[in-house]
Design a protein around this ligand. Structure first.
Ligand code: GLN
Length: 476
């Protein structure tokens, strides 16, 4: 392999792609991580660049020109995007090979991967368990070694929580860091595209490639793109969310994992301080109002006329009704109804406005916490991956699984989830770091310190055989 500049020769790239295509053919029948695999496109020559040889999968709510983009919904089952999302253009320009589109909860609404119209994805560490959601396929594909890395989207935790359940690293950047152009909108004030990989450095490298200003997204920040490569943590002040660790309902193995992570950071020269986010206790209530409100507006475009599926009915109104009744699954309908209700006249002040005020309080909590620390450490999820079917009849318990990822989403802050060990039965445990806006690198550096001390965290043992060797570790 030509290691001089970290690039592979074209034929090495193709061999690597074939290895992954072969692994997908062998393993994805049981995992259901991919909705479409683009073998032909993946074997076509890629441009030279910093991601040469990288085989990357893309969540299927991110538009890819000339290919299906289904959002895991019957509504878009046959929708072919006429253009590439900004991040896809960036990946291609950086030399990445795009291998296919990954499964997700319908329109990214869910925390388990079970809301996909095309079947649930399974957790590579335990096929009876969920991979988390909504970037279920991206996390499972990375964890099973079906690609080098993947893109996901994170509105309230959808990159970080599945990364945690599948034992991989997931980064949600600052809102505005990565262009949302070509990401199918769920809740625009929260939606961000993020990266997943088997090691921290790879997730950071991929984030560097997709970050930067894009005039086609009005909320895209005009900031120079940093190099997100991790640095040392000596002298870094880590704020530990003691209250979160003591919360009733946490799995004790998760808490032990965070304590292990904190000790590892201390051993690397970081200092620990206690911090609190008093209003974050209400993040679930605020998020499950704001996100459905925005979703009810964003999903109004799926009317059977402009995009996707169309039911044939007697008149226009019946066409709308039939299309939406058949095109959307139960969770998407629930969100649209919740949001429409909360925004209706007479309820706006009681619900939406109050949720927005809570959002401000949570943002201020972070501001005060960051007065005494550089990065905040806490759990990504209250428990490891749960069983398939366990929570599908209980939306509230499903929503509560998001309790630790929602605060950073509501505040628009960058956050990373990284593995910090395993349960006795082999389920991944994870730690989350949240940093001030545009300080991704601090969170990435803290995660890398944990990986150095407690890792490396590799592919799920069941899929360890014949995995192509790591690009990031070898070529860096
Ligand atoms: N689980 C959360 C929800 O269902 C977050 C989803 C996401 O981040 N896209 O809304």
């Amino acid at each position: 392999m030509n290691r001089r500049n970290g690039l592979q020769t074209p034929s090495e790239g193709t061999a690597r792609t074939r290895r992954y295509l072969d692994r997908i053919a062998r393993h994805d029948g049981e995992l259901n991580a991919f909705l479409h695999v683009d073998g032909e496109g993946a074997l076509a020559p890629a441009a030279p660049g910093p991601l040469s040889g990288w085989v990357v999968a893309v969540k299927d709510n991110i538009c890819t020109r000339g290919q299906k983009t289904t959002c895991g919904s019957n509504m878009l089952a046959n929708f072919v995007s006429p253009y590439d999302a900004h991040v896809v253009t960036r990946l291609r320009a950086n030399g990445a090979t795009l291998i296919g589109k990954t499964n997700l909860d319908e329109f990214a609404m869910g925390s388990s991967g079970e809301n996909s119209a095309f079947g649930a994805t399974r957790n590579p560490h335990d096929l009876a368990r969920v991979p988390g959601g909504s970037s279920s396929g991206s996390a499972a594909a990375v964890a099973a070694g079906l690609c080098d890395a993947a893109l996901g989207s994170d509105t309230g935790g959808s990159v970080r929580q599945p990364a945690a359940f599948c034992g991989v690293t997931g980064i949600k950047p600052t809102h505005g860091r990565v262009s949302r152009y070509g990401l199918v909108a769920f809740a625009s004030s929260l939606d961000q595209i993020g990266t997943l990989a088997r090691d921290v450095r790879s997730a950071a490298t991929l984030l560097t490639a997709i970050s930067g200003h894009d005039p086609r997204d009005a909320t895209s920040a005009s900031r120079a793109v940093d190099d997100f490569a991790p640095q040392g943590v000596r002298g870094l002040r880590i704020g530990v969310l003691k209250g979160d660790l003591e919360r009733e309902g946490n799995d004790e193995r998760v808490v032990a994992g965070i304590q292990r992570a904190a000790k590892a950071l201390e051993a690397e020269g970081a200092t620990l301080v206690d911090v609190a986010l008093p209003s974050a206790a209400h993040a679930v209530s605020a998020y499950y109002l704001i996100a459905p409100c925005e979703a009810s507006s964003n999903l109004a475009r799926f009317d059977g006329i402009r995009y996707g599926a169309r039911a044939s009915a007697a008149d226009l109104r019946a066409t709308y009704e039939e299309t939406r009744a058949r095109g959307f699954g139960p969770e998407v309908k629930r969100r649209i109804m919740l949001g429409t209700y909360a925004l209706s006249s007479g309820y706006y002040d009681a619900y939406y406005l109050r949720a927005q005020k809570l959002r401000t309080l949570i943002r201020r909590d972070y501001e005060s916490a960051f007065a005494s620390c550089d990065v905040i450490l806490g759990p990504t999820a209250p428990a490891p991956a749960f069983s398939l079917g366990e929570r599908t009849d209980d939306p509230l318990s499903m929503y509560l699984a998001d309790i630790y990822t929602l605060p950073a989403s509501l505040a628009g802050l960058p956050a990373i989830s990284t593995p910090c060990g395993f349960t006795e039965d082999g389920l991944p445990l994870a730690a989350q770091f949240v940093a001030p806006a545009f300080e991704e690198r601090l969170a990435i550096s803290a995660a890398a310190a944990i990986e150095r001390s407690l890792g490396p965290f590799d592919v799920a043992p069941r899929y360890a055989d014949g995995l192509p060797r790591s690009l990031s570790a070898g070529a860096a």
